[in-house]
Design a protein around this ligand. Structure first.
Ligand code: ATP
Length: 342
Protein backbone atom coordinates (compact mmCIF):
# COMPACT_ATOMS: atom_id res chain seq x y z
CA UNK A 1 0.00 0.00 0.00
CA UNK A 2 1.02 3.56 -0.59
CA UNK A 3 -0.07 7.16 -0.38
CA UNK A 4 -1.48 8.78 -3.52
CA UNK A 5 -1.21 12.48 -4.21
CA UNK A 6 -2.14 14.83 -6.99
CA UNK A 7 -0.55 18.27 -7.12
CA UNK A 8 -2.49 20.98 -8.96
CA UNK A 9 -3.42 18.41 -11.55
CA UNK A 10 -5.38 19.63 -14.58
CA UNK A 11 -6.76 18.15 -17.76
CA UNK A 12 -8.02 20.31 -20.58
CA UNK A 13 -10.01 18.96 -23.52
CA UNK A 14 -10.33 21.51 -26.36
CA UNK A 15 -9.58 24.36 -23.98
CA UNK A 16 -12.21 23.20 -21.46
CA UNK A 17 -10.86 22.14 -18.04
CA UNK A 18 -12.34 18.72 -17.18
CA UNK A 19 -10.08 18.69 -14.10
CA UNK A 20 -8.92 22.05 -12.78
CA UNK A 21 -5.86 22.19 -10.50
CA UNK A 22 -6.91 19.49 -8.02
CA UNK A 23 -4.84 18.75 -4.92
CA UNK A 24 -5.60 15.39 -3.41
CA UNK A 25 -3.78 13.50 -0.65
CA UNK A 26 -4.92 9.93 -0.02
CA UNK A 27 -3.40 8.33 3.06
CA UNK A 28 -1.84 4.89 3.16
CA UNK A 29 -4.60 2.28 3.41
CA UNK A 30 -7.36 4.86 3.14
CA UNK A 31 -10.66 4.41 1.27
CA UNK A 32 -11.36 7.73 -0.47
CA UNK A 33 -14.49 8.25 -2.55
CA UNK A 34 -14.71 10.78 -5.38
CA UNK A 35 -18.33 11.82 -5.80
CA UNK A 36 -20.03 14.41 -7.97
CA UNK A 37 -22.56 14.86 -10.76
CA UNK A 38 -22.05 13.46 -14.25
CA UNK A 39 -19.26 15.21 -16.12
CA UNK A 40 -17.57 16.73 -13.05
CA UNK A 41 -14.24 15.09 -13.90
CA UNK A 42 -14.13 12.04 -11.57
CA UNK A 43 -13.18 9.51 -14.22
CA UNK A 44 -10.64 11.82 -15.81
CA UNK A 45 -8.98 12.37 -12.42
CA UNK A 46 -8.86 8.62 -11.75
CA UNK A 47 -7.47 7.89 -15.23
CA UNK A 48 -4.67 10.41 -14.63
CA UNK A 49 -3.77 8.65 -11.37
CA UNK A 50 -3.75 5.34 -13.26
CA UNK A 51 -1.61 6.81 -16.03
CA UNK A 52 -4.24 6.18 -18.71
CA UNK A 53 -4.60 9.92 -19.32
CA UNK A 54 -1.71 12.38 -19.41
CA UNK A 55 -2.30 15.53 -17.32
CA UNK A 56 -2.19 18.92 -19.09
CA UNK A 57 -0.31 20.15 -16.02
CA UNK A 58 0.43 19.07 -12.46
CA UNK A 59 1.78 15.84 -11.01
CA UNK A 60 0.76 12.45 -9.63
CA UNK A 61 2.73 10.93 -6.75
CA UNK A 62 2.45 7.33 -5.57
CA UNK A 63 4.25 6.43 -2.37
CA UNK A 64 5.83 9.89 -2.41
CA UNK A 65 7.40 9.33 -5.84
CA UNK A 66 6.45 11.46 -8.86
CA UNK A 67 5.02 9.05 -11.45
CA UNK A 68 3.54 11.55 -13.91
CA UNK A 69 5.75 10.22 -16.70
CA UNK A 70 5.63 6.56 -15.59
CA UNK A 71 3.49 4.30 -17.85
CA UNK A 72 0.39 2.66 -16.27
CA UNK A 73 1.90 -0.84 -16.05
CA UNK A 74 4.88 0.35 -14.06
CA UNK A 75 2.74 2.21 -11.48
CA UNK A 76 1.68 -1.06 -9.83
CA UNK A 77 -1.90 -0.02 -9.25
CA UNK A 78 -5.01 -1.93 -10.28
CA UNK A 79 -8.04 -0.32 -11.87
CA UNK A 80 -11.53 -1.86 -11.97
CA UNK A 81 -14.00 -0.35 -14.43
CA UNK A 82 -17.77 -0.28 -14.42
CA UNK A 83 -17.80 -2.77 -17.30
CA UNK A 84 -15.32 -5.11 -15.51
CA UNK A 85 -13.72 -5.68 -18.95
CA UNK A 86 -13.44 -9.45 -18.53
CA UNK A 87 -12.17 -11.48 -21.50
CA UNK A 88 -15.23 -13.44 -22.68
CA UNK A 89 -13.25 -16.30 -24.27
CA UNK A 90 -11.09 -16.94 -21.18
CA UNK A 91 -12.14 -18.93 -18.11
CA UNK A 92 -12.52 -17.18 -14.77
CA UNK A 93 -9.18 -18.61 -13.66
CA UNK A 94 -7.38 -17.29 -16.73
CA UNK A 95 -9.12 -13.93 -16.41
CA UNK A 96 -7.88 -13.60 -12.84
CA UNK A 97 -4.40 -14.78 -13.78
CA UNK A 98 -4.12 -12.55 -16.83
CA UNK A 99 -2.02 -9.80 -15.20
CA UNK A 100 0.38 -12.44 -13.84
CA UNK A 101 0.89 -14.13 -17.20
CA UNK A 102 1.34 -10.72 -18.80
CA UNK A 103 4.08 -10.05 -16.24
CA UNK A 104 5.71 -13.41 -17.05
CA UNK A 105 5.12 -15.11 -13.70
CA UNK A 106 5.81 -18.87 -13.52
CA UNK A 107 2.71 -21.05 -13.92
CA UNK A 108 2.86 -22.75 -10.50
CA UNK A 109 3.24 -19.52 -8.59
CA UNK A 110 0.54 -17.85 -10.67
CA UNK A 111 -1.83 -20.74 -9.92
CA UNK A 112 -1.29 -20.36 -6.16
CA UNK A 113 -2.01 -16.64 -6.35
CA UNK A 114 -5.10 -17.16 -8.54
CA UNK A 115 -6.53 -19.67 -6.08
CA UNK A 116 -5.82 -17.41 -3.12
CA UNK A 117 -7.51 -14.41 -4.78
CA UNK A 118 -10.50 -16.51 -5.87
CA UNK A 119 -10.87 -17.90 -2.36
CA UNK A 120 -10.79 -14.41 -0.92
CA UNK A 121 -13.79 -13.42 -3.05
CA UNK A 122 -15.66 -16.72 -2.63
CA UNK A 123 -15.40 -17.71 -6.30
CA UNK A 124 -12.99 -20.65 -5.95
CA UNK A 125 -15.63 -23.01 -7.38
CA UNK A 126 -16.12 -20.89 -10.52
CA UNK A 127 -12.58 -20.94 -11.92
CA UNK A 128 -13.45 -23.14 -14.93
CA UNK A 129 -16.49 -21.11 -16.03
CA UNK A 130 -16.62 -18.44 -18.71
CA UNK A 131 -17.76 -14.91 -17.79
CA UNK A 132 -21.11 -15.34 -19.60
CA UNK A 133 -21.95 -18.21 -17.21
CA UNK A 134 -21.74 -15.86 -14.20
CA UNK A 135 -24.19 -13.49 -12.50
CA UNK A 136 -23.46 -9.77 -12.38
CA UNK A 137 -22.27 -10.04 -8.78
CA UNK A 138 -19.95 -12.95 -9.60
CA UNK A 139 -18.45 -11.08 -12.55
CA UNK A 140 -17.76 -8.18 -10.28
CA UNK A 141 -15.91 -10.46 -7.87
CA UNK A 142 -13.83 -11.86 -10.74
CA UNK A 143 -12.85 -8.31 -11.70
CA UNK A 144 -11.88 -7.56 -8.10
CA UNK A 145 -9.94 -10.84 -7.79
CA UNK A 146 -8.06 -9.93 -10.97
CA UNK A 147 -7.28 -6.55 -9.40
CA UNK A 148 -5.87 -8.01 -6.16
CA UNK A 149 -3.92 -10.88 -7.72
CA UNK A 150 -0.97 -8.64 -8.52
CA UNK A 151 -0.91 -7.33 -4.94
CA UNK A 152 -0.94 -3.75 -6.19
CA UNK A 153 -0.03 -0.67 -4.19
CA UNK A 154 -3.51 0.78 -4.70
CA UNK A 155 -6.95 0.12 -6.17
CA UNK A 156 -8.72 2.57 -8.45
CA UNK A 157 -12.38 1.66 -8.79
CA UNK A 158 -14.65 3.43 -11.28
CA UNK A 159 -18.33 2.79 -10.45
CA UNK A 160 -17.67 -0.96 -10.09
CA UNK A 161 -21.10 -1.66 -8.59
CA UNK A 162 -23.30 0.25 -11.02
CA UNK A 163 -24.25 -2.84 -13.06
CA UNK A 164 -25.73 -4.57 -10.02
CA UNK A 165 -29.35 -4.28 -8.93
CA UNK A 166 -30.10 -2.27 -5.80
CA UNK A 167 -30.18 -5.21 -3.39
CA UNK A 168 -26.99 -6.83 -4.67
CA UNK A 169 -25.29 -3.46 -4.66
CA UNK A 170 -25.87 -2.99 -0.93
CA UNK A 171 -24.38 -6.43 -0.26
CA UNK A 172 -21.47 -5.87 -2.66
CA UNK A 173 -20.72 -2.52 -0.99
CA UNK A 174 -20.43 -4.20 2.38
CA UNK A 175 -18.24 -6.96 0.91
CA UNK A 176 -16.00 -4.52 -0.87
CA UNK A 177 -15.46 -2.52 2.28
CA UNK A 178 -14.55 -5.66 4.23
CA UNK A 179 -12.02 -6.78 1.60
CA UNK A 180 -10.48 -3.35 1.49
CA UNK A 181 -10.11 -3.28 5.28
CA UNK A 182 -8.66 -6.78 5.38
CA UNK A 183 -6.14 -6.02 2.63
CA UNK A 184 -5.45 -2.49 3.83
CA UNK A 185 -4.86 -1.38 0.26
CA UNK A 186 -5.16 2.34 -0.51
CA UNK A 187 -8.31 2.78 -2.59
CA UNK A 188 -9.88 5.55 -4.67
CA UNK A 189 -13.48 4.86 -5.58
CA UNK A 190 -15.52 6.88 -8.08
CA UNK A 191 -19.29 7.17 -7.94
CA UNK A 192 -22.02 9.67 -8.80
CA UNK A 193 -24.19 8.17 -6.06
CA UNK A 194 -23.96 10.16 -2.85
CA UNK A 195 -25.56 7.38 -0.79
CA UNK A 196 -22.83 5.00 -1.95
CA UNK A 197 -20.20 7.63 -1.20
CA UNK A 198 -21.51 8.16 2.34
CA UNK A 199 -21.69 4.42 2.98
CA UNK A 200 -18.26 3.49 1.65
CA UNK A 201 -15.86 6.35 2.12
CA UNK A 202 -13.57 6.92 5.06
CA UNK A 203 -13.37 10.33 3.46
CA UNK A 204 -15.32 11.78 0.56
CA UNK A 205 -14.15 14.34 -2.00
CA UNK A 206 -17.11 16.22 -3.49
CA UNK A 207 -16.36 17.40 -7.04
CA UNK A 208 -18.13 19.75 -9.38
CA UNK A 209 -16.99 21.18 -12.71
CA UNK A 210 -13.43 19.91 -12.34
CA UNK A 211 -12.81 21.24 -8.84
CA UNK A 212 -13.04 19.82 -5.30
CA UNK A 213 -15.62 21.59 -3.14
CA UNK A 214 -14.83 19.71 0.06
CA UNK A 215 -12.91 16.70 1.36
CA UNK A 216 -13.94 15.21 4.67
CA UNK A 217 -15.46 12.30 6.53
CA UNK A 218 -19.08 11.47 5.66
CA UNK A 219 -20.16 13.17 8.92
CA UNK A 220 -18.17 16.32 8.12
CA UNK A 221 -19.55 16.82 4.62
CA UNK A 222 -23.07 16.07 5.85
CA UNK A 223 -23.11 18.15 9.03
CA UNK A 224 -20.66 20.85 8.06
CA UNK A 225 -20.96 21.39 4.32
CA UNK A 226 -18.54 24.03 3.16
CA UNK A 227 -20.97 25.48 0.62
CA UNK A 228 -24.50 25.23 -0.75
CA UNK A 229 -23.40 22.84 -3.51
CA UNK A 230 -22.11 20.24 -1.04
CA UNK A 231 -25.11 20.85 1.24
CA UNK A 232 -27.62 20.04 -1.50
CA UNK A 233 -25.61 17.33 -3.30
CA UNK A 234 -25.08 15.19 -0.19
CA UNK A 235 -28.26 13.94 1.48
CA UNK A 236 -31.56 12.60 0.21
CA UNK A 237 -34.01 14.22 0.05
CA UNK A 238 -31.71 17.21 -0.34
CA UNK A 239 -31.31 20.00 2.16
CA UNK A 240 -34.04 22.65 1.82
CA UNK A 241 -32.52 25.98 0.76
CA UNK A 242 -34.63 28.97 1.73
CA UNK A 243 -33.71 32.31 0.26
CA UNK A 244 -33.80 35.24 2.66
CA UNK A 245 -32.62 38.86 2.30
CA UNK A 246 -29.11 38.18 3.51
CA UNK A 247 -28.45 34.58 2.76
CA UNK A 248 -29.74 31.10 2.01
CA UNK A 249 -30.87 29.24 5.07
CA UNK A 250 -30.35 25.48 4.80
CA UNK A 251 -32.58 23.02 6.64
CA UNK A 252 -32.15 19.25 6.43
CA UNK A 253 -35.52 17.49 6.00
CA UNK A 254 -35.02 15.48 9.21
CA UNK A 255 -34.52 18.70 11.21
CA UNK A 256 -37.86 20.21 10.14
CA UNK A 257 -40.39 18.71 12.58
CA UNK A 258 -43.71 19.57 14.21
CA UNK A 259 -43.04 22.00 17.09
CA UNK A 260 -44.54 19.44 19.49
CA UNK A 261 -41.68 17.05 18.70
CA UNK A 262 -39.26 19.36 20.56
CA UNK A 263 -38.96 19.91 24.31
CA UNK A 264 -40.67 23.10 25.49
CA UNK A 265 -37.38 24.72 26.55
CA UNK A 266 -35.51 23.83 23.35
CA UNK A 267 -34.23 26.81 21.33
CA UNK A 268 -36.10 26.51 18.04
CA UNK A 269 -37.16 28.76 15.20
CA UNK A 270 -40.72 28.59 13.90
CA UNK A 271 -41.27 27.31 10.36
CA UNK A 272 -45.05 27.21 9.83
CA UNK A 273 -46.04 24.94 6.97
CA UNK A 274 -49.08 24.29 4.79
CA UNK A 275 -48.96 20.57 4.04
CA UNK A 276 -49.87 19.25 0.58
CA UNK A 277 -48.91 15.64 0.65
CA UNK A 278 -47.50 12.97 2.91
CA UNK A 279 -45.52 10.06 1.52
CA UNK A 280 -45.22 7.01 3.75
CA UNK A 281 -41.93 5.15 3.26
CA UNK A 282 -42.22 2.72 6.15
CA UNK A 283 -39.67 3.90 8.68
CA UNK A 284 -40.10 7.56 7.63
CA UNK A 285 -42.70 9.87 6.15
CA UNK A 286 -41.89 12.68 3.75
CA UNK A 287 -44.11 15.70 4.33
CA UNK A 288 -44.32 18.08 1.35
CA UNK A 289 -45.44 21.59 2.12
CA UNK A 290 -45.14 25.34 1.55
CA UNK A 291 -43.49 27.57 4.14
CA UNK A 292 -45.60 30.41 5.53
CA UNK A 293 -44.70 34.02 6.51
CA UNK A 294 -42.41 35.37 7.84
CA UNK A 295 -40.60 32.95 5.53
CA UNK A 296 -40.81 33.09 1.74
CA UNK A 297 -43.52 30.75 0.44
CA UNK A 298 -41.28 28.06 -0.98
CA UNK A 299 -41.75 24.31 -1.20
CA UNK A 300 -39.94 22.25 1.38
CA UNK A 301 -39.69 18.62 2.45
CA UNK A 302 -39.76 17.43 6.04
CA UNK A 303 -38.75 13.92 7.01
CA UNK A 304 -40.58 12.55 10.02
CA UNK A 305 -39.89 9.24 11.75
CA UNK A 306 -43.06 7.14 11.40
CA UNK A 307 -43.11 6.72 15.19
CA UNK A 308 -43.71 10.46 15.57
CA UNK A 309 -47.44 11.18 15.85
CA UNK A 310 -48.55 13.42 12.98
CA UNK A 311 -51.87 13.64 11.19
CA UNK A 312 -52.94 16.13 8.55
CA UNK A 313 -55.49 16.84 5.87
CA UNK A 314 -54.51 18.36 2.52
CA UNK A 315 -53.88 22.08 2.74
CA UNK A 316 -53.78 22.16 6.54
CA UNK A 317 -51.43 24.51 8.35
CA UNK A 318 -49.03 23.09 10.96
CA UNK A 319 -46.56 24.66 13.32
CA UNK A 320 -43.19 23.19 12.34
CA UNK A 321 -39.84 24.22 13.80
CA UNK A 322 -36.08 23.71 13.53
CA UNK A 323 -33.49 23.71 16.33
CA UNK A 324 -31.49 26.92 16.03
CA UNK A 325 -28.23 24.96 15.99
CA UNK A 326 -29.40 22.84 13.05
CA UNK A 327 -29.79 25.82 10.70
CA UNK A 328 -27.02 26.40 8.12
CA UNK A 329 -26.43 29.70 6.35
CA UNK A 330 -24.87 30.29 2.95
CA UNK A 331 -23.92 33.48 1.10
CA UNK A 332 -26.40 34.57 -1.55
CA UNK A 333 -23.68 35.52 -4.00
CA UNK A 334 -21.52 32.39 -4.13
CA UNK A 335 -23.09 29.83 -1.80
CA UNK A 336 -20.16 29.71 0.62
CA UNK A 337 -20.96 28.75 4.20
CA UNK A 338 -21.38 31.74 6.49
CA UNK A 339 -21.10 30.48 10.05
CA UNK A 340 -17.86 28.78 11.06
CA UNK A 341 -17.78 25.01 10.81
CA UNK A 342 -18.05 23.23 14.16
P1 ATP B 1 -19.63 10.48 -15.32
O1 ATP B 1 -20.11 10.32 -13.91
O2 ATP B 1 -20.73 10.84 -16.27
O3 ATP B 1 -18.79 9.34 -15.81
P2 ATP B 1 -17.28 12.08 -14.73
O4 ATP B 1 -17.41 12.94 -13.55
O5 ATP B 1 -16.53 10.82 -14.60
O6 ATP B 1 -18.71 11.80 -15.36
P3 ATP B 1 -15.43 12.71 -16.84
O7 ATP B 1 -15.71 11.46 -17.63
O8 ATP B 1 -14.16 12.77 -16.11
O9 ATP B 1 -16.64 13.00 -15.85
O10 ATP B 1 -15.53 13.94 -17.84
C1 ATP B 1 -15.30 15.27 -17.42
C2 ATP B 1 -15.50 16.21 -18.60
O11 ATP B 1 -14.50 16.02 -19.57
C3 ATP B 1 -16.83 16.03 -19.32
O12 ATP B 1 -17.30 17.31 -19.69
C4 ATP B 1 -16.47 15.21 -20.52
O13 ATP B 1 -17.34 15.47 -21.59
C5 ATP B 1 -15.05 15.69 -20.83
N1 ATP B 1 -14.22 14.64 -21.44
C6 ATP B 1 -13.86 13.47 -20.88
N2 ATP B 1 -13.06 12.76 -21.69
C7 ATP B 1 -12.92 13.50 -22.83
C8 ATP B 1 -12.21 13.32 -24.07
N3 ATP B 1 -11.46 12.23 -24.29
N4 ATP B 1 -12.29 14.31 -24.98
C9 ATP B 1 -13.03 15.42 -24.77
N5 ATP B 1 -13.71 15.65 -23.63
C10 ATP B 1 -13.67 14.71 -22.68
Amino acid sequence: MATIETRRISKRFDGHAAVDAIDLAVREGEFLVLVGPSGCGKTTLLRMVAGLEAPSSGDVLIGGRVVTQVPPRARNIAMVFQSYALYPHLSVGRNIGFPLRAAGMRRAEAQTRIERAAQMFGIGHLLARKPRQLSGGERQRVALARAVVREPLAFLLDEPLSNLDAKLRTLARDELQQFQRRLGTTTIYVTHDQVEAMGLGERIAVLEAGTVHQIGTPAQVYDDPRDAFVATFIGSPPMNLIRTDAAFVGVRPEHLLPRTAFAADERTEAYPLVVHRVENLGADRYVYGTLQPPHPQVHVIARLPSLLPFATADGERHEFAVRARDLRRFALADGRRLEAAA
